[in-house]
Design a protein around this ligand. Sequence first.
Ligand code: SF4
Length: 125
Amino acid sequence: MKTKELICIVCPNGCQLEVIYQEEPGIKVISVSNNLCDKGEAWAASELESPMRHIASSILVERGSFKLVSVRTDQPIPLPAIHEVMEAIKKKRVQAPIVMNQVLIRNPAGVPTNIIATRSVDVLI
Ligand code: SF4
């Protein structure tokens, strides 16, 4: 068994968790301590066994009042999928108008999340 320290990022308390886990046959969390609530235990298990992240970026806008629209994932994605999703975002072009929370890419690179706009962009007049 191994021990790892992680800082929980679920809330601003930032508890410094001590995680005991096994690596074989696959990573499995045995125990978590120093967490102020159960969310820290669940987060530590997810972080070690299958880490997930939200990503934020921007997409080029054609005929818009801004050349870029800021975007983010609406569901966290597996850490190893970040590069493929970022590539899909980089290749994408969208037409104005765009409204906030509009889905601009569904399941980028086959990953179960949507890329949504985090602001509106009007048509260039
Ligand atoms: S363990 Fe609970 S209280 Fe501590 S940082 Fe995580 S969510 Fe916040």
